[in-house]
Design a protein. Structure first.
Lengths: 178, 322
C-alpha cells in the first residue's frame, strides 16, 4: 500500500527535484524516485498505486523543514484563496442563501484541491466577527478532513456561539458535525 | 415530499432533490440542485469515469424525484456543497481524474484523499451511482444510511457479476476489473434505498436497512407505474450482461417461490397435526393430568403451544409415548 503523505498537487511542486522515498523492503536504503516521472507513467490516482508496488511502500519524506518550506513557497497562493473564502466568513451581515454560501465553498474547494488540507486554517476565529452559517458550511466542507484542518474543533464551538448570537439553532445548523 | 415524476417536482434555489430513474440493472440515482446561476441541475454517476451534471428535469421521462428532507438551517449549506462537489468532479468524462465505477461498499471512506482529490486506496474499486451520493452526504455531515446494517444476498451477487461483465464490455482497464471482481460479495447499496433514506426525517438518519427496505421496493414499483415498465433488452455492449443478470434474478426468484410454497405446505401439514393433538387433549381428564406429572408437563407445553409452534410439535411426541 502506498502512503504518500503529500497530496498529489503538492508533490507536483517538487517535480523539479528528486524526492527521497523510503522502501521498507530495503530497510535503511533510501530509494530515490522521481515522482514526476512516476506521475507521467500513471493515468490516475487509482493507477498510481500500480507501479509503486515495484518499489514497495513509498513514504515521501517531509520533515517539518520541508513542510514549512512548502508553506513559504505557497504562502501567496494559500493566502489568495483564504482571502476569497474568508471574505463572507468574516462578514457578520453576509447573506446566508445557497448562492452566497457557494461563494465561500468554491474557493475553499479550490484551495483544498491545489494545496491540500493544510491550506485551510480555522484557528484564531472570534465568535464576534464570524458569520455562523458561512463557518458552518466551511466546517462541513472540511468535515471529512477535520483531523488535518488546523483549528477545526475550536471553530466548531466558535460557529455554535456565532449561530446562537444570530438566533439560529446551532444544533440544527451544525447537525451531524459533532 | 413524496416521489413524483421529475417534471412535476421543481427544484428551488434552496432545495436538494433526490432523483431516481430506471437503470440498466434496476434503478439509477442522482441528486438535483440549483447551480449559482439558478439553473436546476442533476448530478449523477452514469458509468465508469462519467460523473455527469445534466439539466434538471432530464429530457428522459423515466425519472421520479422528491425534495430531500433536511433541517431548514441546513438546506442552503447542502446546496452550496453539492454544487461545489459537482463543479469539482462533474463532467470529466473519460479523463484520468474521472471517478471509477466499483462496487465495494465499505471502503468508500478511503475514496478521496486529504486534498479532496479522487484517489482510492488499493482495496477500493470505486463507487456506484448510489454510493457516491451516500458518500457526498456522509462527507458533509448528513449521513443517509447506516451501512453496517446491510447484509449480502444472492441477487446483489448477480448484480456484482453483471457489473464486471459491463466493465469488460466497455474495455475498462483490466487491473480495475480485477479489483471489482474481488469485491463481488453480495453487498450492495441500491439507488432506491438511498432515495428512501432521503425521504426520512433528518432525526431518523442514518437509516438502518430494515427501516428503508420496504419503501425502497415501493419506489422501484413506482418507477414502473409512473414511467411504464421496460421489459425489452437495450441494444449495445451491455445487452448480454443485462440478459444474464435478468435470467439469474429470475432463477433466484423462482427458487424463492419454491421455498415459500414448501413452507406453506409444511404449515398446512402442521395445522392438521395440531388439530389431532387438540382432539387427543380433550380425551385426557384432569385426574390423569394430576396423576402423571410428566404428562402434565407436556400438556403445559401444549397450552403454550397455542401461541408457539415450537411447543406444539412437542405434544405430538407425547401422543406417541402414550
Amino acid at each position: 500500500m502506498t502512503t504518500c503523505e503529500l497530496p498529489l498537487a503538492m508533490q507536483g511542486k517538487f517535480s523539479g527535484s528528486t524526492i527521497s522515498c523510503i522502501s521498507p523492503l530495503k530497510e535503511g536504503i533510501s530509494v530515490p524516485i522521481n515522482l514526476e516521472a512516476l506521475m507521467d507513467y500513471t493515468m490516475s490516482g487509482a493507477q498510481f498505486m500500480g507501479p509503486t508496488a515495484q518499489f514497495g511502500i513509498i513514504r515521501v519524506k517531509l520533515g517539518t523543514e520541508d513542510t514549512s518550506l512548502f508553506r513559504q513557497q505557497n504562502a501567496e497562493g494559500v493566502q489568495k484563496f483564504a482571502e476569497e473564502w474568508k471574505a463572507l466568513l468574516l462578514d457578520r451581515d453576509a447573506p446566508v442563501t445557497a448562492k452566497a454560501l457557494m461563494a465561500t465553498v468554491k474557493p475553499l474547494f479550490q484551495a483544498l484541491s491545489v494545496y491540500g488540507a493544510g491550506a485551510v486554517d480555522l484557528s484564531g476565529l472570534s465568535p464576534d466577527s464570524v458569520n455562523g452559517m458561512h463557518l458552518a458550511v466551511i466546517l462541513r466542507a472540511t468535515f471529512s478532513r477535520k483531523n488535518q484542518t488546523v483549528g477545526w474543533e475550536t471553530a466548531l464551538s466558535v460557529a455554535r456561539e456565532a449561530l446562537n448570537r444570530d438566533c439560529i439553532n446551532p444544533d440544527r445548523a451544525l447537525a451531524g458535525l459533532s | 415530499m413524496a416521489f413524483d415524476l421529475a417534471s412535476r417536482i421543481p427544484i428551488g434555489p434552496e432545495d436538494v432533490g433526490i432523483a431516481l430513474s430506471r437503470g440498466a440493472l434496476g434503478s439509477h440515482l442522482g441528486v438535483a440542485y440549483c447551480d449559482e446561476n439558478g439553473n436546476p441541475r442533476l448530478l449523477h454517476f452514469a458509468w465508469h469515469r462519467q460523473l455527469k451534471v445534466d439539466p434538471y428535469p432530464p429530457d428522459n421521462p423515466t425519472w421520479i424525484a422528491s425534495i430531500m428532507l433536511l433541517y431548514e438551517e441546513c438546506t442552503s449549506q447542502a446546496v452550496a456543497l453539492v454544487c461545489g462537489m459537482a463543479d469539482k468532479y462533474g463532467n470529466k468524462h473519460g479523463l484520468a481524474e474521472g471517478i471509477e465505477y466499483g462496487i465495494n461498499l465499505f471502503v468508500g471512506g478511503k475514496t478521496f484523499d486529504l486534498d479532496g482529490t479522487y484517489r482510492p486506496s488499493p482495496d477500493n474499486d470505486g463507487v456506484t451511482c448510489a454510493t457516491i451520493i451516500s458518500k457526498i452526504f456522509n462527507d458533509i455531515g448528513f449521513p443517509l444510511v447506516d451501512l453496517k446494517t446491510w447484509k449480502p444476498n444472492a441477487i446483489n451477487k448477480a448484480w456484482g457479476n453483471a457489473i464486471v461483465c459491463m466493465l469488460e464490455a466497455t474495455h475498462v482497464n483490466p487491473a480495475h476489473i480485477e479489483r471489482v471482481k474481488m469485491n463481488v460479495s453480495g453487498l450492495r447499496l441500491r439507488p432506491e434505498e438511498v432515495a428512501a433514506a432521503g425521504e426520512l426525517n433528518p432525526d431518523d438518519r442514518p437509516a438502518p436497512h430494515s427501516i428503508i427496505e420496504y419503501r425502497a421496493d415501493e419506489l422501484l414499483r413506482q418507477i414502473d407505474s409512473s414511467c411504464g415498465s421496460d421489459r425489452d433488452l437495450p441494444e449495445g455492449p451491455f445487452r448480454p450482461c443485462i440478459a444474464a443478470y435478468r435470467s439469474a434474478v429470475n432463477e433466484l426468484f423462482k427458487s424463492r417461490e419454491r421455498d415459500v410454497r414448501r413452507r406453506i405446505r409444511a404449515k398446512s401439514k402442521f395445522r392438521s397435526v395440531t388439530a389431532a393433538a387438540l382432539k387427543f387433549r380433550r380425551r385426557i381428564s384432569r385426574w390423569q393430568i394430576r396423576r402423571i406429572p410428566w404428562l402434565r408437563l407436556k400438556l403445559k407445553y401444549f397450552m403454550h403451544g397455542k401461541r408457539n409452534r415450537h411447543f406444539k410439535i412437542r405434544i405430538i411426541s407425547t401422543k406417541k409415548n402414550l
